[in-house]
Design a protein around this ligand. Structure first.
Ligand code: C5J
Length: 230
């Protein structure tokens, strides 16, 4: 079984039952000139995760892993957006309002879509989620179960919000999650550190943490040993 040097201990995985989950690498969160920046955040902190996540994506495609992408956003009529979510923050321009890259967090708008470096290829499911967690009100669990997936390798933004919520949801549904620390990012360095510590504390209460290089090395080991593709 391929093994990743991880914390709190080695993460063993079978490529045939492992999916790579790319969470919310959306222009509005990650790109300069988007919603995230309009809120006063330093998006260069999120951009740091893109190059290593691109390497992981390439390696996972080569190995034939199932790759899932998620996007946070809502229907154009906002019928799936809780009024509490829309009202939160008392923003001048919030969900559904015109923003720098189209209507904010509305499906089909430019800012809602994924950055070009990590754009899905044909056949890679894209999960449109109305919440922070990728399992809430989506068919993600059905897709994973139908494909026999047991383990998730997680990249995405932001670490303490949509990444961690998804990892917690996955944990309760019986998936083992490996979070790649250089492929997840937060606008707040202290939250990045704390969120990663929370995942791996207490013997891996929510999962494991490693980095892109270690995961890619384990994928190469799997290829070398002839571990079957899906
Ligand atoms: C946020 C996310 N931070 N994808 N969304 O609102 O983490």
């Amino acid at each position: 079984m391929p093994t990743v040097k991880a914390e709190p201990y080695e993460f063993e995985f079978d490529p045939k039952t492992t999916a790579l989950v790319m969470i919310d690498f959306q222009r509005d969160f990650v790109d300069p000139g988007g919603f995230g920046e309009a809120l006063g955040n330093d998006v260069s902190l999120l951009r740091l995760a893109v190059p290593p996540a691109e390497e992981v994506l390439k390696a996972a495609r080569k190995q034939g892993l199932l790759i899932i992408h998620t996007r946070e956003g809502h229907r154009a009529d906002l019928s799936d957006c809780p009024p509490s979510k829309k009202a939160r923050g008392k923003l001048k321009a919030g969900i559904g309002d015109p923003g720098p890259m189209g209507r904010i967090l509305v499906r089909g708008e430019y800012g809602h879509d994924l950055v070009k470096e990590l754009y899905p290829e044909a056949g890679e499911p894209v999960i449109d989620k109305p919440g922070k967690g990728a399992f809430f009100a989506t068919d993600l669990d059905t897709i994973l179960k139908n494909r026999g997936v047991k383990q998730l390798v997680v990249c995405g933004v932001t670490t303490e919000v949509c990444v961690q919520t998804t990892v917690r949801e996955a944990n309760d549904r019986g998936y083992d999650c490996l979070v790649l620390e250089d492929c997840v990012a937060s606008y707040f360095p202290e939250f990045q550190q704390a969120a990663l510590k929370m995942v791996k504390a207490q013997g891996g209460i929510f999962g494991w943490v490693a980095d892109s290089k270690r995961f890619i090395a384990a994928l190469a080991e799997a290829r070398g040993s002839g571990a079957a593709r899906r």
